[in-house]
Structure formats: structure tokens, C-alpha cells
Design a protein around this ligand. Structure first.
Ligand code: DX5
Ligand code: ZN
Length: 215
């Protein structure tokens, strides 16, 4: 069995048919569903919030992988816990001095905690938290929109993070991921791939997910 995780991002799905869209990628082999939460402050875009996560919890048992691109994440993490998230990832740049508080809130609720860094944030800033989290998310585009071009320079951070990896740490990449860019990231040490357009805009979702799982 593949130890690769594919997490299709519903930001590229048809929001008018979210239930069908999620069922389609699950039937195509995805075990995680990536949910991009944006607040129009931390990133220049507004997407969805905890009520949507709550509704999605009712229609799928798969892992709800919630990516918070919001200011003051510590204020909203309890809502996303309540809503039924399985993994909550927040941005180091948004949390700063409250990063440990965010991790504690998530872990104390029995969820998996992830921490993410934007393209301009160096790996050394996230190192102090690696032992405390279940996942590090390396952004390979500027967060805010789907369908952007993968930034190869960001992927180099994966190799650096790998040096500090504890057993079980998931290294996730997000932004411009397709079979080619995922292969670059996998060779550097990533094992979890977020894909928006590559999966949802494909006319054969099963084929592209299978491609990723067999990298
Ligand atoms: C970007 C989001 C991504 C995005 C990925 O800020 O965090 O999850 O939806 O979309 P693609 O794979 O199309 O770049
Ligand atoms: Zn994301």
C-alpha cells in the first residue's frame, strides 16, 4: 500500500455540488479532503468557514484536512474543532507568539496539528515547532488562490525539514501540485500532496489520483 496521502482541495470544486464533488474524489481514491479557509486579511481572498466544515462532516467519514489561512487562528480554532475537523493547520506567520497555544488547543482536542509556512518564511522559523506537530505544510505558492504555478525554490525547504523530521511527521505540500511537481517534492521527502486544479479540473480524477499514489 502507498504511504502517500492525496488531499484534494475543494477550492477547485463546484461549490454548488460539494457533496457530489467530495464523493467523486473519495470514489477516485482520496482519503483526505483539503479545506481552504481564507479570511481576506491573512490572504487577499475569502472562502469558507466552520459552518461548511460542519456540513461536510455529515456527508463524509474521510479525513477533513483544514488549512487555516486566517489572522488570529487561536480565536477560531475552537470553532473548527467543534465543526468536526480531523486535522487543523494554521500559519506560523499568523500565529507567531501564539503558535504553541494553537498547537495545544488542537492537540488537547485530540486532533492532529499542522503548521504551515509561506514561500518567504525560512525553514529555521518552523524548526522549534516540528517536534510538537503532526504535520508541516510547505506552501509552494503564495497562499490565496488555486491554480497558481508551483515555485520550485519552496520545495527545497522539504529537504531541510526532513533533517528534523520525527517518526510519523507528515510533510505536506500545497500549491501548483501535479504529477511532475509532486514527484519533485516526493524525492525531497514530502508524503502528502494537496491538489486543487490537478484533481478537480481533470476529466479523469481516478487516473490522476492513482498517478499520485503510485509516485
Ligand atoms: C492556496 C490553497 C491551495 C489551493 C491549491 O492558497 O492553500 O490549497 O487550493 O490549488 P492548486 O492545486 O490548484 O494550486
Ligand atoms: Zn491549502
Amino acid at each position: 500500500m502507498s504511504d502517500i496521502i492525496v488531499s484534494p482541495s475543494i477550492l477547485s470544486a463546484d461549490f454548488a455540488n460539494l457533496e457530489d464533488e467530495i464523493k467523486s474524489v473519495v470514489l477516485s481514491g482520496a482519503k483526505w479532503i483539503h479545506i481552504d479557509v481564507m479570511d481576506g486579511h491573512f490572504v487577499p481572498n475569502i472562502t469558507i468557514g466552520a459552518p461548511v466544515v460542519k456540513s461536510l462532516r455529515k456527508i463524509t467519514k474521510e479525513v477533513l484536512d483544514v488549512h487555516l489561512m486566517i489572522e488570529n487562528p487561536e480565536k477560531y480554532i475552537p470553532d473548527f474543532i467543534q465543526a468536526g475537523s480531523d486535522i487543523i493547520t494554521f500559519h506560523l506567520e499568523a500565529a507567531r507568539a501564539k503558535a504553541c497555544k494553537c498547537i495545544d488547543l488542537i492537540k488537547e482536542a485530540g486532533l492532529k496539528a499542522g503548521i504551515s509556512i509561506k514561500p518567504k518564511t525560512p525553514v529555521k522559523e518552523v524548526i522549534p515547532y516540528i517536534d510538537k506537530v503532526d504535520m508541516v505544510l510547505v506552501m509552494t505558492v503564495e497562499p490565496g488562490f488555486s491554480g497558481q504555478i508551483f515555485m520550485p525554490k519552496c520545495a527545497q525547504k522539504i529537504a531541510e525539514i526532513k533533517k528534523y523530521k520525527h517518526e510519523g511527521l507528515i510533510i505536506q505540500v500545497d500549491g501548483g501540485i501535479n504529477d511532475k511537481t509532486a514527484k519533485i517534492c516526493k524525492d525531497l521527502g514530502a508524503n502528502c500532496f494537496v491538489c486543487g486544479n490537478y484533481v478537480f479540473k481533470s476529466d479523469d480524477r481516478k487516473r490522476v489520483i492513482k498517478k499520485l499514489l503510485s509516485l
